[in-house]
Design a protein around this ligand. Structure first.
Ligand code: CA
Ligand code: CA
Length: 536
């Protein structure tokens, strides 16, 4: 069976080898298509993440106002509502009305003129409903987040859909492109640029089409770009591709032969790789933005195959998690970390070592025993350890989850919320989990471009983390503009390519010792008073 299969592959590969010469244009088109589609997807994901974040922030603000107010429409209530609006970065108004929409009072006592663009929509996981509205003094549509009070009155908070203005969205739109925000039911919310039917254009070869959903909200963001517009930026590549295609044909023939040989051995044997310690820890430095000193590191991993090939984690992490191999893999990594960093941890008592955990680790308390067995009698003390939980796959608030977290806390280790802002968690969720550190996802850091003076959604995340009393680590910092921006917002800790990629243990230790003259500055998380929220 197997031999036959590889013969077929070889034959196919041999035929395919001549394709590059015949299809330069086709290859270049495919290259532009996939590269530009991925870039557009990232941009639309950032927009829809912002809408989702804005709505969730309004929910939190509204809940706090309701919890803090002994009664409604009294001067005390107005004061509480005004303070909540002032402290939030995006809530514009708070309104109390009866079920027919007769207004009783609002935060500023001037009435709220707005018209609905949708019916009031339920959101999975929330008791609040959301209505898309046109708010009197804004061109950007707004979200009206509503809580019902005892079935007779309702209270609502208003937030703009996005911090950007319609004008600046239009300005950045290429010729012939369309950006369109709509409810998942199809009801249009905002449509800018060319007016086209997205569903009819989505399979057309002359357009690039992407769409993204705003978390659990029934809102989608869609973008259409004429392919010719994207392709125009790649004219220089035509010549290069013609040359490369000749080389490509020759290479493909070689690869086909190599593949036929290699396919006789199992190509994906993660279990054996873990047993042989081929999954190696790599250490990405976390830097103090104020002092330039080293705070610690995040333990990442690479698969170093015996033939010298280095496989990045993206290729095998999902497989590891789904096959249950993530647990022995983490165990092997922790053992190697103890071996690699014992000496350094003793020299630098403030050094923090951050280790990624997976959803599987929270099904029983085994991980707490493992941490104890590995680090219990080592020079690395528990309070030098931080365990990261990703927000991409929110954990249930179950007994098992809570006992793992309290077990790790009892040892003295800290818990970090990884990839914060990408999931659907709100304030209450993070607070109940007992998180000490919030790691802001790179998507939000990436919104800071050179010359950016304010990124409301990033500022919101930072002030949310500070209000929870959590330490903040910014991830994926790649430019000086981003580092400067984060520092100006009171963020002290950061990791990313601008400082260093994930390093092998030797290089990481060298860097750590070189930075040792710079004082450690881990503990000083910014407090709310340090956060600069205006653009000044
Ligand atoms: Ca992580
Ligand atoms: Ca992360």
């Amino acid at each position: 069976m197997k031999a036959k299969f590889s013969h077929v592959l070889m034959l196919l590969g041999g035929l395919l080898a001549f394709v590059p010469i015949l299809s330069v244009d086709f290859a270049l088109d495919a290259y532009v298509r996939s590269k530009e589609t991925a870039a557009l997807q990232t941009r639309m994901d950032a927009l829809s993440a912002e809408i989702n974040y804005n709505a969730n922030n309004a929910v939190s603000v509204l809940r706090k106002v309701v919890a803090d107010s002994p009664s409604f429409c009294t001067p005390t209530f107005t004061g509480i509502a005004q303070a909540a609006i002032e402290n939030s970065y995006n809530v514009k108004q708070i309104l109390v009305e009866n079920m027919d929409g007769v207004q009783y009072c609002d935060a500023f006592g001037r009435g709220v003129s707005h018209s609905p663009l949708s019916t009031s929509l339920p959101v999975p996981g929330l008791t609040e409903t959301i209505t898309v509205v046109k708010f009197a003094d804004m061109t950007m549509p707004a979200l009206k987040v509503t809580q019902t009070l005892g079935g007779v009155r309702r209270i609502s908070a208003f937030v703009p859909l996005m911090a950007t203005t319609e004008e600046s969205l239009v300005e950045n739109l290429p010729q012939g492109a369309m950006i369109d925000i709509a409810l998942t039911s199809g009801t249009p919310v905002l449509s800018l640029g060319e007016s086209m039917d997205f569903d009819r254009s989505v399979n057309r070869q002359d357009y690039l089409a992407v769409q993204s959903y705003a978390g659990e909200l029934p809102i989608k963001v869609r973008y259409l770009l004429p392919f010719a517009e994207a392709r125009a930026g790649y004219a220089d590549l035509d010549v290069v591709f013609t040359l490369l295609s000749c080389v490509g044909s020759a290479m493909l023939l070689l690869v086909t032969l190599a593949y036929a040989r290699r396919s006789r051995t199992p190509s994906f044997d993660l279990e054996r790789a873990i047993g042989r310690n081929e999954i190696k820890p790599y250490y990405q430095p976390v830097i103090n933005l104020r002092t330039g000193g080293l705070v610690g590191c995040e333990v990442l991993c690479r698969w170093e195959k015996p033939n010298g090939e280095i496989v990045p984690p993206g290729v095998f992490i999902d497989y590891a998690e789904n096959s249950g191999m993530a647990i022995p893999m983490t165990l092997s990594l922790m053992q190697q970390v103890r071996y690699d960093l014992s000496e350094l941890a003793q020299k630098m008592p403030g050094l923090k070592i951050s280790i990624n955990l997976f959803e599987g680790h929270f099904r029983d308390v085994g991980i707490v025993d493992d941490v104890q067995a590995i680090f219990g009698n080592s020079p690395i003390s528990y309070d030098q350890l931080v365990f990261e939980i990703t927000e991409r796959r929110p954990l249930e608030n179950s007994t098992a989850v809570n006992s793992v977290i309290s077990g790790l806390h009892a040892l003295g280790a800290k818990i970090a919320m990884d990839d914060a802002g990408t999931g659907h968690s709100n304030l209450a969720y993070i607070a109940t989990l007992g998180v000490d550190v919030i790691k802001i996802d790179r998507v939000f850091v990436d919104m800071v471009k050179p010359g950016t003076t304010q990124v409301a959604v990033l500022d919101g995340l930072i002030s949310m983390a500070a209000n929870l009393g959590c330490e903040i680590v910014a991830e994926g910092v790649e430019t000086e503009a981003q580092a400067v921006y984060l520092r100006s917002r009171g963020v002290v800790q950061a990791q990313g390519y601008i400082f260093a990629p994930a390093l092998k243990v030797g290089a990481f230790k060298e860097l750590a010792l070189a930075l040792q003259s710079v004082p450690l500055g881990y503990g000083d998380a910014p407090d709310a008073s340090e956060i600069v929220t205006d653009a000044a």
